[in-house]
Write a protein that binds this ligand. Structure first.
Ligand SMILES: *[C@@H]1O[C@H](CO)[C@@H](O)[C@H](O)[C@H]1NC(C)=O
Ligand SMILES: *[C@@H]1O[C@H](CO)[C@@H](O)[C@H](O)[C@H]1NC(C)=O
Ligand SMILES: *[C@@H]1O[C@H](CO)[C@@H](O)[C@H](O)[C@H]1NC(C)=O
Ligand SMILES: *[C@@H]1O[C@H](CO)[C@@H](O)[C@H](O)[C@H]1NC(C)=O
Ligand SMILES: *[C@@H]1O[C@H](CO)[C@@H](O)[C@H](O)[C@H]1NC(C)=O
Ligand SMILES: *[C@@H]1O[C@H](CO)[C@@H](O)[C@H](O)[C@H]1NC(C)=O
Length: 939
């Protein structure tokens, strides 16, 4: 026995580990499971660790069969990366480390024999020597923000499998620092270099390999991409050793043709140049000389050049991007017609901030239609084309994508898009369109995607998206501004709902909107519906079209049918996102519990404290896998919410205000794998204390806590002003609970053992009451909601031996006095037959507004009575209300009383009534007692 106790004490005294690994790492076997995008996102069997200070310790909880690992060091950590830091992860394939270290010895990578890809995102110009010799399988290396000069000359050479080398934003004084280290790297196939600062001078690599005069050594790398910034001085043949370039980007100081000739390469697949003054002739000369297929031209000049003569040389260019880098006015350097004469073989065109005239297109199609017929993607963005004329694009017969966003287009002629028989995607977002006519989109038989967002639409003619748009799959429509009030009839604008329709966005911006479906069509495929507006009312929610909705996204105060939330009309919904504005009019969201197919639920900016049925809101959602509650206000979070969420794997909590989270909140979440908590503020209450040990010790759920982390977590005291460190508070004030949880969670077997070994009397005295206190506490917590209707006014706690007095005196005098009439709960009369007696007691106490204890010698000697009193006093602590009334049926000697600590304390701090022995005093006693009980009822 004693041994057992010393073991227990040892257990409880185990010092708190000072770090909270659970804060730092998340492991996910399947990326789908976790809703928050992280650095390592998109990979499976992955761990993502943030703010790491000690790699070994902080990664302790991760499984050793990890395949991908992303480690972001704490900003303040600048120490060494210890040897064997990752040795445990023998199956690791991808490793990413962000941070700067004072030292990274080769042994830091011990054991990583299977790592093929390493990414070191260091900081600033991190100065640390690197050696990858302990990574025998490495074939892809990504280095950034690093001072390259610290690498050994043969560092890459020793990596026999190195195929891909990415060097981004590194600090270089001289390109030799890179090129010389590549000289003998035979395996390299791909090399990307991007500089964040400009090299003063681009030099021929200064190392012996490249200086042997007779043989000019050429690196044989298949794909070289260089982003070099500004080039001031270029030495002759500077990049000759690279042979061909797949991509070269730089900012030219003066004559970029001369720069290219100095660089000394033969072929450049993609050339990106920023120039001051744009000469198409130069680009076409370059295109011819270097067999360029893709040109990216950024220009800054507003110098107008004389009309350019038709130039040869650009006929093999397939891709062109022209962007005016100036913030100033769009300028017209070249008309459309000449442009397409110069670039007559394009498939991809992107022109940004370049004045284009619609009539030029018209003219082009009328005269030389063959010049553009092979173009498949065309982006004409911010080009100040204020209208689209009829037949404007008639010769673009191969065009699949046309993006005309941000052009100030305010008018589209009927039949403007005729001829675009292959067009699948048309983007007209952020223009100035106010009218959509029946023939605006005529002829777009192949169109699948139409984006009209961000247009001030005041009228849509019936059937505008009708018969001709038979393949329409996505329609993004907004921002409607119909006068006098916005009423959109879906069936009207379509005529017939397109057969393939699967995505609709309807937005009225910040205005209210009325929506009419007007059709009972059902769709074979899933419909994703996104509604935006100030608030939205739907007129015919019973329309069968709504039963096709599988994804519903609402960005509005509310979307309602009558006065109800739309929820129950979209029974097939699998994903629901609702971003409200703390509106009081959203209706009862409890209908969400009818959406039994829900897999994802995201609620944002919602006032749960004004919802009448929070407790049942998420019931029945047995398929729900992801629940995200962002910026919502709750009184508390407890098990009633999560009762049915057996399939939930990911939970994100970003509460708006301070909250209480009861332990039973996580009890039912048997599949939970990830809990992400951000911006948490708790009340200083021992209700929340379980969280501390649970976050640390539970092995099933990974908890990521940020802003604050568990260590930084503060709690708000009862006075509503003071903040305490929560861990400190919990340790000091609730240590019994914490230790109990710790004990309970880690040594259930001990518990059972104790129960078996200890006498019933002993157990009855300590363990059973504790269990009931706790369970009563949780039950009570469920009721804090305020809407709770008490079944009884008074639970009467008394000894069976005093039953005579209760029946003869108490009952007639209390129940018949009134109004208001009091409802009493007596165990002999009101307990549910067949139910566990202890359950009955807790239930009755919490189903009653207050508890009346009838103290007598019999009462003190009864175990049940003492349990009843414990539970009642516990509730007294939580509720801070006058809910416990003591009546002494006889004089109890203080010697006897003092052995009942709880009662003795109560007697000291509370008023109580004595049952008077004199019969003439009885009436006054009943008056007082009745007054006290009914006063509480009124409050
Ligand atoms: C390392 O990779 C090889 C080949 O992919 C694999 O067969 C082996 O099991 C891996 N080793 C470990 C420890 O996972
Ligand atoms: C042209 O651009 C398209 C789309 O970005 C791309 O898929 C294609 O590879 C590019 N072609 C060339 C030659 O760069
Ligand atoms: C255009 O061509 C004409 C005659 O071929 C020539 O006189 C003129 O200089 C050229 N203009 C430019 C800007 O090259
Ligand atoms: C377009 O390019 C193809 C192959 O790249 C070439 O054969 C053809 O001559 C070019 N067309 C024109 C009009 O230059
Ligand atoms: C669609 O069907 C419902 C009943 O299923 C009916 O109440 C409603 O009037 C119908 N709407 C139309 C536009 O036919
Ligand atoms: C939710 O709506 C608010 C404004 O109503 C907006 O600021 C916020 O970005 C929205 N959240 C998301 C995830 O779109």
């Amino acid at each position: 026995m004693e041994l057992l106790f010393s073991f227990l004490i040892l257990f409880l005294k185990t010092p708190c580990v000072s770090s909270w690994p659970a804060d730092k790492c998340l492991f996910y076997s399947d990326v789908e499971e976790f809703p928050i995008a992280t650095t390592c996102a998109g990979k499976t069997n992955t761990a993502d660790c943030q703010r790491v200070a000690d790699v070994k310790e902080d990664l302790l909880g991760l499984p050793s069969n990890l395949r991908n690992l992303c480690v972001q060091m704490d900003q303040d950590y600048h120490g060494a990366l210890a040897p064997d830091s990752f040795a445990r992860f023998v199956s690791l394939d991808y490793l990413e480390i962000t941070g700067c270290f004072s030292e990274i010895p080769p042994e830091a990578f011990n054991g990583l024999t299977n790592v093929t890809s390493l990414s070191l995102a260091l900081e600033g110009c991190c100065e640390v020597a690197l050696d990858f010799s302990h990574l025998p399988s490495l074939n892809s290396l990504n280095l950034s923000k690093y001072a390259l000069s610290l690498l050994a000359p043969n560092v890459f050479e020793k990596m026999s499998h190195l195929q891909k080398l990415y060097i981004y934003e590194v600090c270089l004084k001289d390109i030799s620092e890179v090129l010389c280290r590549l000289a003998n790297v035979k395996s390299l196939k791909l090399f990307h270099l991007s500089l964040n600062q400009s090299l003063n001078r681009l030099q021929y690599p200064n190392c012996s390999v490249f200086n042997t005069s007779d043989i000019s050594t050429v690196l044989n790398i298949e794909e070289v991409r260089l982003y070099l910034g500004t080039l001031e001085y270029i030495d002759e043949r500077a990049l000759e050793v690279l042979g061909n370039l797949f991509e070269l980007s730089f900012i030219a100081k003066a004559d970029f043709l001369r720069d290219l000739s100095l660089i000394g390469v033969h072929k450049i697949n993609t050339l990106g140049v920023t120039v001051d003054v744009l000469h198409f002739e130069d680009f076409c000369t370059a295109a011819k000389l270097y067999s360029i297929e893709s040109l990216q031209i950024h220009y800054e000049s507003i110098n107008l050049l004389p009309p350019t003569n038709i130039t040869d040389g650009c006929e093999d260019v397939k891709n062109i991007t022209i962007r005016n880098n100036l913030f100033t006015e769009t300028v017209n350097l070249l008309d459309v017609y000449r442009f397409f004469q110069i670039f007559r073989n394009l498939t991809y065109v992107k022109i940004i901030k370049f004045m284009l005239s619609p009539n030029d297109f018209y003219y082009l199609c009328a005269t030389f239609p063959q010049m553009v017929k092979q173009i498949s993607l065309m982006f004409l963005i911010k080009n100040k084309m204020d209208e689209i004329v009829s037949n404007q694009f008639i010769c673009f017969s191969d065009l699949g994508t046309l993006d005309l966003s941000m052009n100030n287009i305010n008018y589209i002629n009927d039949f403007a898009f005729i001829g675009l028989n292959n067009l699948k995607e048309l983007n007209l977002c952020r223009n100035k369109l106010s009218y959509i006519y029946q023939h605006t989109f005529s002829g777009l038989y192949g169109l699948m995607f139409l984006d009209l967002q961000g247009n001030p639409i005041i009228h849509i003619e019936p059937k505008s998206f009708g018969h001709h748009l038979i393949n329409l799959c996505t329609l993004l429509l907004g921002d409607l501004n119909f006068p006098p009030g916005i009423k959109l009839n879906l069936s009207d604008i379509f005529g017939i709902i397109p057969y393939n329709l699967s995505n609709i966005l309807i937005s009225s911006g910040l205005r209210p909107m009325q929506l009419v479906i007007g059709s009972n069509t059902t769709l074979d495929q899933a419909l994703n519906l996104h509604i935006k507006g100030q608030y939205v009312t739907v007129e015919d929610c019973s329309s069968l079209l709504l039963t096709s909705v599988v994804t519903l996204k609402i960005d509005a105060e509310y979307v309602s049918c009558g006065n109800e939330f739309i929820g129950k009309y979209v029974q097939s919904v699998v994903s629901l996102e609702f971003n409200s504005t703390f509106s009081d009019n959203i209706g009862d969201l409890a209908v969400i519990n009818q959406l039994v197919h829900l897999k994802t639920l995201k609620l944002e900016n919602i006032e749960f404290t004004k919802q009448p049925n929070v407790a049942v809101m998420f019931h029945n959602l047995t398929k729900l896998r992801t629940l995200i509650l962002t910026n919502c206000r709750f009184f508390f979070l407890d098990g009633s919410l999560t009762k049915d969420l057996k399939a939930l794997t990911g939970l994100v909590l970003i509460p708006k205000d301070n909250v209480n989270i009861l332990q039973n909140f996580v009890e039912h979440l048997t599949s939970l794998k990830y809990l992400h908590v951000m911006g948490l503020g708790l009340y200083c209450s021992c209700d929340n204390a379980w969280l501390v040990s649970w976050v640390k010790d539970n092995r099933k759920v990974q908890v990521a806590m940020s802003k604050p982390t568990m260590k930084e977590l503060q709690c708000l005291t009862d006075n509503g002003i003071d903040q305490l460190n929560f861990i400190g508070y919990a340790k000091e004030t609730c240590s019994f609970e914490i230790e109990f949880m710790f004990f309970a969670s880690t040594s259930a077997f001990l518990c059972i053992f104790i129960i078996v070994v200890l006498s019933y009397r002993f157990a009855g005295q300590y363990i059973v009451p504790f269990y009931h206190i706790a369970s009563g506490w949780f039950r009570e917590a469920l009721r804090v909601n305020g809407k709770h209707q008490y079944r009884y006014d008074v639970f009467v706690s008394y000894s069976g031996k005093d039953e005579h007095w209760v029946m003869e005196e108490l009952l007639p005098n209390l129940e018949r006095r009134g109004p208001p009439f009091l409802r009493l709960c007596l165990h002999s009369r009101d307990f549910q037959l067949g139910e566990d007696i202890v359950e009955n007691i807790t239930d009755s106490i919490y189903a009653s507004r207050q508890t009346l204890c009838l103290v007598s010698r019999n009462y003190l000697s009864s175990n049940w009575c003492s349990l009843e009193m414990q539970l009642a006093t516990y509730r007294l602590q939580v509720e801070h209300r006058d809910i416990l009334i003591l009546v002494f049926l006889e004089m109890i000697p203080s010697r006897l009383l003092s052995s009942h600590h709880r009662l003795a304390r109560l007697v000291k701090t509370r008023t109580y009534l004595d049952w008077p022995q004199e019969p003439e005093m009885h009436e006054a006693f009943w008056d007082r007692l009745w007054c006290k009980l009914s006063f509480n009822k009124a409050n």
